[in-house]
Design a protein around this ligand. Sequence first.
Ligand code: AKB
Length: 322
Amino acid sequence: MTKILVTGSRGQLGSDLVIALRQHYGAINVIESGRQAASDHHDSHIYELLDVTDRTQLQHLIQQYQIQTIYHLAGVLSATGEQHPDRCWDVNINGLRNILEAAKSFGLQVFFPSSIAVFGPHTPKLDTPQVTVEDPSTIYGITKVTGELLCHYYAHHFGVDVRSLRLPGIISYSAPPGGGTTDFAVEIFSAALTSGTYTCFVRPDTRLPMMYMPDAIRAILGIMQANAAAIKIRSSYNITAISFSAAELVSEIQKHLPQFICHYVPDFRQTIADSWPAVIDDSKARADWGWQHQYDLAAIVAEMLEKLSGNRKEVEVGALSL
Ligand code: AKB
């Protein structure tokens, strides 16, 4: 059975991806890793401390567990990247180079999450094509463009089987997002359920491409399991599910929670959001390896509220039983 290493496994994407990978490949075959010690312990769940900028440590782990596939999720997102540009460059670029070098040496398959952040102010905002202007205005976007070029280079010069998606904002309930510009579309749900108000850091008309976590997991597994010949793009595929504005998200939540109020106080993340496309053309992913999304805005909002209120009830019951 394939031995898998997931870097940055306790982030928003990793938390759900690890569950799916364990279901598909067996718990014992999925090695989680991150820079911080894990607080939980489960006999068949392996977690290792790993700083992806440390090439020796990474190679040691790959050999120790005879890793064949890496889901390289360790990375610094857009908003945090603007506050810590050196760390963003170090983790996103040097970390990825270490992964690709290891993939070259050990013949590994790699998943690399790119982002809509590769696009910038001169990119067409609507139906953004696969090949178009990439002039990111954030350090995060610059690292993602460079990362895509590195993936393309390693695939074509060294035959590394690297596959990548330009992910939009991901909406999920199991783990919080960390330092992204699209985080408002996740934070808003807990705020709506707990306090009934949310202060949104982008304007109501801010429209961005988004995807519900179960669709994101299917997309990642879909591209990784596709026949290698079907993967014609080795930089990164445009991929999306739906696009909505902050105001449209608020009205959808208000259908379930009519008292919910959203205030808008745009901050530095508005400029980042304004530089990104509103709607992406992902027809290449759909044609090449059969990508299809399942969740629209109404379905996402209904399920997020249901799951989060379920989680809250569990926490309340847990607190009462203490
Ligand atoms: C972020 O907002 O930084 C990420 C992304 C779109 O890459 N969610």
